[in-house]
Design a protein around this ligand. Structure first.
Ligand SMILES: [Mn+2]
Length: 335
C-alpha cells in the first residue's frame, strides 16, 4: 500500500464537495470502524464534510457499545439522503452484493472491501477489494499508516476491534496484513474503552434467545442446524453460529432466524478449505441473496407468504443435501 494509492482514493472523493460513507446493512464492528476511519482520512486530508449513513439495525450489545463509545458517528439513511450524498464510498460491501442500500443506478466513487470480487465494482473511480484480507479495517489501517496519520485512540480501538471480531482474534481468515495492522494498532488502543465494548451488558431476552437456539439445534454428523424463530436483531444468527461451531466434532453450522419478513442465514465452517460462501449460496440459490468468506457466510431469503419454519426446514434439508448427509439422518439434540 503506497501513499500514492491513498492520493488516488482521495482524488476520487474530492470533487463533489461532500462525502457519504455507506457500510453494509446491519453494520458490524468492521464495517463501522472502516467507515469511521475513512471519515477521519477524508476530514484530515480533504477537509470535506462526511456523513456515515446505514440501513438496518445495530442490535448486538457490543456493536451498540462501540457506536456509543465512538459518539454515535452513524445515522440511519433516509430516502432523501441520496440527493445530497455527494461522492459515495461503500465500505465492507460492494455494489450489487445485496447487503447495502446503494441504489442500482448509483455508482459509488469508492469501494473498499474484503469479500469476493464483484464485477459491478469495476465501475467505481477507485476500488480496493482484497478477498485475502481478514477485514476491511486492515485495509483502512494500512491507508492511515501509509500517509502517516496516526489514528486517535477511539479510532485505533475501533479498527483493532474490527480486525479482532472479523478474524476471531486473528484465528479466522487472517493473513500477514491483518497481523501487521493488529500489532500496529495494539499500543494505540484505549484498553478501558475496549473492555467497555467487549463486556457490554445484554438484555435478559438475550439469554432466552441463546437457550432457544441451543435447544433447537440438531446435530447431523459433523453438521449442526438450528432454526431460531423470530430474532430480536438480525445478526443474532451469526452470533449463535459462532458458538455452535465450538461444539466438539462439528465442521459445519447453519443458523436461520426470522427478522423483518426475511429469513436470515448464518453459515460457519472449520473446514480448512473453507467453502462457507459456496455452501450458503448453494442453499439460498435464487430464493434470496447470499455471500461471504471461506469460513463465514450469510444471506437472507424474503419470506413473502411462506411459513418461516417450513421454509427454514426446507433450507436445512438443502444443506444436508449439499453436505452429502443422508436426508433420513436423525438430528440429535446437542444436550
Ligand atoms: Mn468485514
Amino acid at each position: 500500500m503506497s501513499a500514492h494509492q491513498v492520493e488516488r482514493l482521495l482524488r476520487a472523493l474530492a470533487g463533489a464537495g461532500r462525502v457519504t460513507v455507506v457500510p453494509h446493512n446491519d453494520p458490524d464492528p468492521d464495517a463501522i470502524a472502516s467507515a469511521v476511519a475513512l471519515r477521519y482520512l477524508v476530514e484530515q486530508r480533504l477537509g470535506l464534510p462526511v456523513a456515515i449513513l446505514y440501513s438496518g439495525l445495530i442490535g448486538r450489545a457490543e456493536n451498540k457499545a462501540l457506536v456509543r463509545y465512538l459518539d454515535r458517528p452513524l445515522r440511519q439513511l433516509g430516502k432523501a439522503d441520496w440527493k445530497q450524498a455527494g461522492a459515495v464510498a461503500l465500505v465492507d460491501s460492494q455494489p450489487g452484493a445485496g447487503n447495502n442500500p446503494v441504489p442500482a443506478g448509483l455508482t459509488p466513487a469508492v469501494v473498499l472491501d474484503h469479500h469476493t470480487w464483484r464485477a459491478e465494482t469495476a465501475a467505481a473511480a477507485f476500488y480496493d477489494v482484497r478477498p485475502d484480507a481478514g477485514s476491511t479495517s486492515t485495509i483502512l489501517t494500512e491507508y492511515l499508516q501509509s500517509v502517516h496519520l496516526e489514528p486517535p485512540a477511539p479510532l485505533a480501538t475501533a479498527l483493532f476491534y474490527g480486525i479482532k471480531t472479523d478474524t476471531m482474534g486473528l484465528a479466522r481468515g487472517a493473513g500477514p496484513a491483518d497481523v501487521a495492522a493488529y500489532y500496529y494498532l495494539q499500543p494505540l488502543v484505549d484498553i478501558d474503552g475496549l473492555i467497555e465494548i467487549e463486556r457490554a451488558q445484554v438484555p435478559a431476552v438475550y439469554f432466552k434467545s441463546l437457550v432457544n437456539a441451543f435447544q433447537a439445534a440438531r446435530v447431523y454428523g459433523d453438521f449442526v442446524f438450528s432454526y431460531l424463530g423470530p430474532m430480536p436483531y438480525p445478526d443474532l444468527a451469526a452470533e449463535i453460529a459462532d458458538q455452535l461451531l465450538r461444539l466438539q466434532g462439528v465442521q459445519w453450522v447453519l443458523c436461520i432466524g426470522v427478522y423483518n419478513d426475511n429469513l436470515h442465514l448464518a453459515a460457519r465452517t472449520r473446514n480448512r478449505k473453507g467453502g462457507a460462501g459456496q455452501f450458503v449460496r448453494a442453499i439460498v440459490g435464487k430464493m434470496g441473496i447470499a455471500g461471504g468468506h471461506g469460513s463465514m457466510a450469510g444471506g437472507y431469503v424474503p419470506l413473502a407468504d411462506s411459513d418461516p419454519e417450513a421454509l427454514a426446514q426446507h433450507l436445512g434439508r438443502l444443506a444436508l443435501d449439499y453436505l452429502k448427509i443422508a436426508p433420513d439422518t436423525p438430528g440429535q439434540p446437542i444436550f
